[in-house]
Design a protein around this ligand. Sequence first.
Ligand SMILES: Cc1cc2nc3c(=O)[nH]c(=O)nc-3n(C[C@H](O)[C@H](O)[C@H](O)COP(=O)(O)O)c2cc1C
Length: 366
Amino acid sequence: MGSMWGNTIKISVFGESHGPAVGAVIDGLPSGISLDTDVVAAMMARRAAAGKALATPRKEPDAVEILSGLFNGYTTGTPLTGMITNTNTRSGDYEKDKPRPGHADYTAQVRYDGFQDYRGGGHFSGRLTAPLVFAGAVCLQALAQLYPGVRIGSRITALGGVADASAVAPGDYAALTYADADFPVLDVKAGEAMKAAVACAREAGDSVGGVIEGYVTGLRAGVGDPIFDTMESRLSSLLFAVPAVKGVEFGDGFAMTGSKGSQMNDAFYMDGERVATRTNHNGGINGGITNGMPVVFRVAVKPTPSIALPQETVDMARRAPATLAVKGRHDPCIALRACPVIEAAAALCILDSLMGAEKWKRSADK
Ligand SMILES: Cc1cc2nc3c(=O)[nH]c(=O)nc-3n(C[C@H](O)[C@H](O)[C@H](O)COP(=O)(O)O)c2cc1C
C-alpha cells in the first residue's frame, strides 16, 4: 500500500488533483496534543500558490477541514483526518492520450491499466503535498509539546542554476532565520538572481529546478534503527515521496567522495557534559543513528515537467508520434513551493522515530 507510511505514527494520504478533495489520515498520535489550527493554516499558506507571483496561477485557499481525531482543541488519540477541498480545477487542459514528458502520465497509465484519474496529474500531482504539509504541521506541534528543543527548518541553496553559497556552521543552524519565509535564502542578492531566473524561464515557456537544504536541530543522539530503518533511509523514503524530488544527500553527501577521510571525519570533543563533533560532514548521522549534531540533508528538485514549449511525445491511442505543448497552469519552479513540504516530511519522520525509540526503551525496561 504505497500511499501509507510510518511505524508509530501512521499516515495515509488520499485524493486526486481534480477530484473533490485531497487529505490525510494520521493514526498513532498521542491524545492531549493541543492543536492550533491557525499555525496549521500558516504552514499550509507557505505551500499554497495563493499570493505568490512566481507560482502556478491555480490559486486555492488550501483550508483544512478536520473531520476526526480533534475535540475541544486537543487530539483524541484516534485517527486525525484532515481534508482539503479542491476548489479551482480546469480538467480540459489535460490530454489523456498524450503523456507529458517528465510527468507520471505514461507510467500511471501502464501501472493502472488506464483507470487512473489523469486530470491534473491525478494522485501524482504536487497537490498531494498539501495533505503532507497538514500532517507535518500537526507533527511539528506534537514535537514542540513532547520533545521541546527539536527544531526543523529548510532553506533554498540553489535555484535555476544560481547558488546561495552561504556556509552554515553546525552550531548556527538552530538560530537560522530568513527575511522572507516564502523565499528562505541567506544571500539576498543570490535570492534576487534566483527569482530572475524563474521569471525568465516562465517567460520562455520553460521551468527550472533547485536544491533545498533541510535541517533538524536539538535532536538527541541515539535515534535510528540499522540496517533497514536507518535515519537516512527513513528520511529518504519520505523525501522521495515528494513529487519532483530526484536526489537526496546527507551532510556533505556526494562532495565527500572527492575528499580524504582525514578531511571528512568529524572529530569528537567534549562540549561540557555532552559529546559533540567539531565539524558535521556526516550530517548528524553515523551508522544510521543520530549523533546529536544537526541532521542536515539536501534534496534535488527537478524542473517542472509541464512546460509550454513544444515537446516530443506519443499519441497512445494511435501508437504514433505526437507533439505536445502543455496547456494549463503550472509552477515554473517547484522548489520555490517545496520548503514547507520538505519540513513536513522531516517532522513526520522525526516524531515517528522519537516515539518509536521511546516505545522500544519502555518495553526493554520491563
Ligand atoms: C509543490 C509541488 C508543485 C508541483 N507543481 C507541478 C506543476 O505545476 N506542474 C507539473 O508538471 N508538475 C508539478 N509538480 C511535480 C509533479 O507532480 C511530478 O514531477 C510528477 O508527479 C512526476 O513525478 P517525479 O518528478 O517525482 O518523477 C509539483 C510538485 C510539487 C512538490
